[in-house]
Design a protein around this ligand. Structure first.
Ligand SMILES: Cc1cc2nc3c(=O)[nH]c(=O)nc-3n(C[C@H](O)[C@H](O)[C@H](O)COP(=O)(O)OP(=O)(O)OC[C@H]3O[C@@H](n4cnc5c(N)ncnc54)[C@H](O)[C@@H]3O)c2cc1C
Length: 444
């Protein structure tokens, strides 16, 4: 029997994962009078703030700049909240220059058209590398780094992600409605006779029972339910460098520069730290695990799963990723990329990619009592103020009209090599984390 909204309000809701999707959902539930008698529990494998969760970092871009109009609409609503009553002290509206020199220019022009159609943002077309250099305050003249054309949206910005998540966590805790548990979920409790989910089993064998279980475990969700052909974890590179107060003062009011042709971007520095990263196809990490939907100990599946600095405290970004970040920095700000200025920290952060960049916000098609809220695809953070409300609408069977056909459980599973993406990713394809780490030996 396919799972679908129940006419009854659940008496007990369990959310697995306290990242942007899970925490925002808990917040939405707490503020909705219909759920005043519902017990709400959030379980996460890590203490908050999750050290390797994708919602925790120095910065995340907050933009309505999308080639897909529904996300432009939704991000515009979220951004109004960032500007006013949602963690405003963590939001910085310094603009976003979206550029390219390759086929990704299509995404750039579609995004500009969508933003202009909303009609509230201040945009400026950048017709040449010189225009990009001028608005972004770039020192370097290398078009590979800057991109050749693009536009700047002065109404976009960035947020201190960890600061905003902490702000929200405190708001939720202050309401006194949510039981937060730190424990790792091992298995979803599925009754295969009735196709019903009744909660989860933890790694310490305890069980947490619920009428409705919401999986919001980010890139780890695929270890709890079979998402082959629907979601996969891809590792993305982040590199950090300390900079002086003078350098920070010169760059902190400049827009983020995001060149979609290789996916490399630089967010304005803050608190003495500059971040260079890549919005790319990422690394996969194929891992064989017990089939999460089977009771047989012999059944296994192989999927890409996160491997982070929590698994290996000495983990660093492979040589190719660090080199790309450095080459990008050298081409846009050569004075920051001299040999005496290494990146002092690097990390791999995991996207939950879907085949077309859409989120997965849906009841499970088979198991009653199971809902999945994931598939952030490298762009979910900006929706933190409102994604929980959207998730709740979907739980209640009121998916926003323009997301129908995007957020629902896909009708078919598509082999990963056939995924089209959302057109925003550049750079190398098909990289496997272990192979890139092996190639890095002796180079870092
Ligand atoms: C490098 C990088 C850059 C990004 N840049 C941007 C950006 O600029 N703008 C933007 O809007 N978005 C951006 N994103 C995307 C955005 O950060 C994500 O879409 C969003 O944070 C996903 O939130 P989540 O709740 O799905 O996942 P997470 O924040 O990862 O939360 C999942 C939680 O589930 C927990 N969990 C996992 N397994 C278990 C288990 N078995 N038991 C219990 N708990 C478990 C984890 O500990 C974690 O806390 C970026 C992402 C990355 C990785």
């Amino acid at each position: 029997m396919a799972s679908s909204p129940s006419s009854q309000i659940p008496s007990c809701i369990l959310i697995v994962g306290s990242g942007a999707f899970g925490l925002s959902t808990a917040w939405a539930l707490c503020r909705n009078a219909q759920y005043k008698d519902t017990t709400i529990t959030v379980v996460d494998r890590q203490p908050f703030p999750t050290p390797d969760g994708s919602s925790i970092d120095t910065s995340r871009i907050i933009r309505p700049d999308y080639a897909a109009a529904p996300y432009t609409r939704l991000a515009t609503i979220a951004q109004k909240r960032w500007r006013t009553d949602f963690a405003p002290e963590h939001y910085h509206q310094t603009g976003l220059a979206v550029t390219a020199w390759g086929p990704e220019q299509k995404y750039v022009s579609e995004s500009l058209a969508n933003v202009n159609a909303i009609g509230t943002d201040e945009t400026e077309v950048l017709k040449s590398p010189e225009d990009i250099r001028r608005v972004s305050g770039l020192e370097g003249k290398d078009e590979w780094g800057s991109g050749s054309t693009g536009y700047v949206n002065w109404s976009s910005g960035w947020a201190n992600a960890e600061g905003a998540m902490t702000w929200l966590r405190e708001k939720v805790e202050a309401l006194g409605r949510v039981h937060f548990i730190q424990a790792s979920v091992k298995k979803v409790l599925i009754n295969h006779r009735t196709n019903t989910v009744s909660g989860v089993r933890l790694t310490d064998s305890r069980e947490l029972k619920a009428d409705l279980t919401i999986l919001a475990a980010g890139a780890w969700t695929a270890s709890l339910i079979d998402l082959r052909g629907i979601c996969k974890a891809t590792g993305q590179v982040l590199c950090y460098m300390p900079i002086s107060t003078t350098e920070e003062a010169a760059l902190s009011k400049r827009p983020t520069i995001l060149n979609l042709s290789h996916g490399l971007f630089m967010i304005p520095p803050s608190q003495g730290l500059l971040k260079v990263a890549r919005h790319g196809h990422g690394y996969v990490n194929p891992t064989t695990i017990p089939d999460p939907e089977s009771d047989s100990p012999d059944a296994t599946i192989t999927i890409s799963l996160p491997y982070t600095h929590v698994d290996d405290p000495f983990q660093h970004v492979p040589h190719e990723g660090q080199k790309q970040c450095r080459d990008f920095l050298a081409s846009i700000h050569p004075s920051l990329a001299t040999p005496s200025r290494p990146f002092t920290k690097s990390k791999i952060c995991w996207y939950t990619d879907t085949r077309n960049g859409d989120f997965l916000i849906s009841y499970h098609p088979t198991y009653k009592g199971l809902f999945v809220a994931t598939g952030g695809s490298g762009h979910g953070f900006k929706f933190l103020p409102i994604i929980g409300d959207s998730i709740l609408e979907c739980i209640e069977g009121r998916m926003p009209e323009d997301f129908r056909g995007r957020w629902e459980w896909p009708r078919e599973r598509v082999p990963e090599e056939e995924w089209a993406g959302d057109g925003s990713r550049g750079g190398p394809v098909g990289m496997v984390l272990k192979e890139e780490m092996a190639k890095s030996k002796g180079k870092l």
